[in-house]
Design a protein. Structure first.
Length: 320
């Protein structure tokens, strides 16, 4: 029987989708890709394959899950299977450099960024960047891994040559200009079936907690002037916006179409001069339960419905 296959390495992030698939009566099978085998002489089963591989898999001791996922996707694509978020999406997921180059190709502005391999080179990259405040982050990360905010080269030097230095799993560190927003928030735009679903406002008063499923915080340990701003009243960390209609949405949809990505969360921030910068593309996206319940919009339900429609179309076509 044809079914939906979910390619992933994290049950905790997948159960919300499988619950919705069960609710809708859609047959599915979970493929946990931290381990396994592929007989390349055999054809894959029929069905709809949805890739939810995460760049942060190595933080859960699933170091080679993305590499195995790429092999599985190559096998599926070779045999013409219906794949949602295929090999191109995976390459974007595991490399911010790939993200920024693809965004740039579509005329979407990203923060000025310099890549570096090696501790000495990280210092040189910061000098070359020549910004009063800057961020370091891992090229292959997720969950905010490796994200640090600095206000001086001295602080960076102290961190890079300390035992606290967090070595990127792929060896590539990004040194990036720090975009200071007039208000402490960023916007994350969610897309399903390649179309805009909703935007969520993420409060960054206590740091950049950007992932709806896991807190992704910019550490202030190396920031001598870093103090959390005071809020007059407590605000929800995540809030679905019902009025976000920025022209960037059309560019994002075109970007996703050009890169064969159907499900994604894209994060952006506006600086004090009103310029919008896009800095992260999440092809393994999650949704915040409380924010969705407040607005009555449910990403996993919409996604499960979409996967079901793809499966139904494939089944109808196969029976003709």
């Amino acid at each position: 029987m044809s079914k939906v296959y979910i390619l992933h390495e994290n049950e905790e992030w997948t159960i919300h989708l499988t619950d919705r698939l069960e609710q809708l009566g859609i047959p599915y099978e979970s493929w946990h890709l931290d381990y396994g085998t592929i007989d390349l002489s055999e054809e894959p089963p029929e069905g709809v394959f949805y890739n939810r591989m995460s760049a942060s898999s190595h933080t859960r001791n699933h170091r080679f899950a993305p590499e195995f996922a790429e092999a599985v996707l190559a096998w599926l694509e070779r045999h013409g299977r219906t794949v949602i978020n295929g090999s191109r999406a995976l390459r974007l997921e595991v490399s911010k450099v790939n993200q920024y180059m693809a965004l740039d190709q579509q005329g979407i502005q990203t923060p000025k960024t310099i890549t570096a391999v090696g501790r000495d080179q990280i210092i040189e990259a910061a000098k070359q960047l020549n910004r009063p405040s800057f961020i370091t982050k891992h090229n292959r990360a997720g969950k905010g891994q490796g994200v640090q905010l600095f206000h001086s080269l001295e602080a960076l030097h102290q961190y890079v040559y300390s035992d606290d230095f967090d070595e990127p799993v792929d060896g590539i560190t990004l040194v990036q200009e720090y975009i200071k927003a007039p208000e402490p928030y960023i916007v994350r735009c969610e897309f399903i079936a390649g179309k805009f679903f909703y935007a969520v406002r993420v409060d960054t008063s206590d740091g950049f907690e950007l992932c709806p499923a896991d807190a992704c915080t910019i550490e202030e340990l190396n920031c001598p002037t870093g103090e959390a701003p005071q809020q007059e009243e407590e605000q929800p960390k995540f809030k679905v916006l019902d009025y976000f209609n920025d022209p960037i949405i059309e560019k994002y949809e075109q970007f996703l179409s050009e890169n064969n990505v159907e499900v994604a969360g894209i994060e952006c921030i506006q600086d004090q001069n009103g310029y919008l910068y896009t800095y992260d593309v999440n092809t393994n996206t999650n949704y915040n339960k409380e924010a969705e319940e407040h607005e009555g919009k449910y990403g996993m339900l919409e996604l499960a419905t979409y996967l079901g429609s793809k499966l139904e179309k494939k089944t109808i076509y196969s029976n003709q």
